[in-house]
Design a protein around this ligand. Structure first.
Ligand code: 5RP
Length: 234
């Protein structure tokens, strides 16, 4: 028999979850979608963590099983702790995907990536026939960029080129994301850095323009993917 890991049994979200009740209510709206044997793409961030827990609780209560394709090591660890089998993106196509977002506009365009997982998140979202984006009212904006910059994942060798190209695309502020205290740049699971970029305006075409810069792996701009926005009271 496999030896139980004390560490994994103790795993829990590392910080207190803000707006827990609202996140839980939103999660319950999608928990009824999960069916026995499904493969579900699992997004990153605190909202996704609450959703994953809610799905796992329902499956346990009703005696069925589902698998997950996690979008970050953090979510993969949560799956292990919750007893949810995991698959890699190349192993399977998800039946559906859920995730949070930092901003959502009325057309369902998104800014994501405060957790730095936007490459894996976009990969799973684009592989999935259906995506639910779980947000509370504070994430709903009239125009993207109202509160948050656009995260851009950049290979370290290309920072100078990417900075220049982003400025030519209309960037008004570019910051390298750093950790707290004396930590250096945040390094993603793919070994890259993150630029947090403000633009004077964000519109159709910007996502592709950013992506076409040599050295950019992905951005947190999700434009026109037809996602379903789910709020606590929708
Ligand atoms: C991580 C993300 C998250 O979905 C986004 O940052 C929202 O996080 P939270 O649910 O904690 O507010 O894109 O890369």
């Amino acid at each position: 028999m496999q030896r139980e890991s004390q560490l994994l049994k103790q795993f829990h979200w590392s910080a207190e979850i803000a707006n827990y009740e609202a996140k839980r209510r939103t999660a319950e709206r999608i928990a009824k979608e999960v069916k026995d044997g499904q493969v579900i793409g699992a997004g990153s961030g605190s909202t996704s963590f609450v959703a994953l827990t809610t799905l796992a609780e329902r499956a346990q209560r009703e005696g069925f099983r589902f698998s997950a394709i996690p979008t970050s090591h953090e979510v993969a660890m949560a799956c292990v702790a919750l007893g949810i089998p995991t698959l890699r993106p190349m192993d399977a196509v998800p039946d559906w995907y859920f995730d949070g977002a930092d901003e959502a506009d009325p057309a369902g365009n998104l800014i994501k990536g405060r957790g730095g997982a936007m490459y894996q998140e976009k990969l799973i979202l684009r592989s999935s026939p259906k995506t639910f984006i779980l947000v509370d009212r504070s994430k709903l904006v009239e125009r993207l960029g109202t509160r948050f910059p656009v995260p851009v994942e950049v290979h370290p060798m290309s920072v100078r080129l990417v900075e220049a190209e982003l400025l030519s695309l209309g960037a008004t502020e570019i910051r390298i994301r750093t950790g707290s205290g004396k930590d250096g740049p945040v390094i993603t699971e793919n070994g890259n850095m993150i630029f947090d970029v403000r633009f004077a305006s964000i519109g159709a075409g910007l996502e592709k323009d950013i992506k076409s810069i040599t050295g950019v792996l992905e951005s947190g701009l999700f434009w026109g993917y037809g996602v379903e926005i789910v709020t606590p009271d929708s």
